[in-house]
Design a protein around this ligand. Structure first.
Ligand code: SAH
Length: 222
């Protein structure tokens, strides 16, 4: 995919700066080399709407149609970093959107299973990921509140739309010791990003991290 452009390199430097500035929220002053390399490798301009390519390497979310957004790059980096993924890990993502976050996850894990409720977005993301060679990502059209039971259990779970409470199915489908990152809160308000680890008792121990703004996770728990 070639070397990152000047704009892309500037974005990577901004993400590093924001990582330092948000250490009080995240407990991390820098993201792992693997995560930053993934942010350097994935061509975000391929995941935005035609005409928005010039804004693809600005550190902000962009509309992708259907009232949905591709997340801000810093948020993609911090959420990916929180999962502490290894090259053999199987990850469940809820809220495929453009497929950008799934591609970043694919760069730092073994396999990514991503669920999107809007069929046309799921199809477009699937086609885009195939075209870019992300063969370790599988896309399902469905309600992410149910997770992806056929492929469970997962080493990690990332939710990129905000429910009011953590859906039980997602905790059930996470391995003991596995990590989950999920925004929780009311629609159209600022939510809180939680980072949880599943205990031996099957319960998720989750801590607050950053304030964030995501679209609502529709359906049950909305
Ligand atoms: N991860 C995406 C951005 C997420 S936007 C990216 O990298 O581009 C949130 C997405 O969650 C939207 O596409 C929305 O349609 C989807 N969504 C909302 N509720 C959902 C649900 N119940 N199940 C699956 N996807 C859902």
């Amino acid at each position: 995919m070639g070397e990152p452009t000047k704009e892309h390199r500037r974005l990577l430097a901004e993400i590093e700066g924001e990582a330092r500035d948000t250490k009080c929220w995240t407990g991390r002053e820098a993201f792992s080399g693997a995560v930053m390399e993934a942010m350097a490798r994935v061509p975000r301009h391929e995941f935005v709407r035609p005409g928005d390519e010039a804004a693809a390497y600005v550190n902000r979310p962009l509309g992708i149609g259907h009232g949905q957004t591709i997340s801000q790059p810093y948020i993609v980096a911090v959420m990916t970093d929180f999962l502490d993924l290894g090259p053999a890990d199987r990850v469940l993502e809820i809220g495929t959107g453009s497929g950008y976050q799934a591609a970043v996850l694919a760069e730092v894990s073994g396999r990514v299973y991503t669920v999107e409720v809007i069929e046309s977005l799921a199809r477009a993301a699937d086609a885009r990921l195939r075209r870019l060679g992300y063969d370790t990502v599988e896309v399902l059209t469905g309600d992410g509140n149910q997770g992806w039971p056929e492929e469970a259990p997962f080493d990690a779970v990332m939710v990129t739309a905000a429910p009011r409470a953590i859906p039980d199915a997602l905790v059930e489908q996470l391995k003991v010791g596995g990590r989950m990152v999920i925004p929780i809160g009311r629609a159209h308000w600022t939510q809180t990003l939680y980072l949880g680890v599943k205990g031996e008792d099957g319960k998720l121990r989750a801590n607050k991290t950053l304030p964030v703004a995501f679209v609502p996770l529709v359906g049950k728990g909305e």
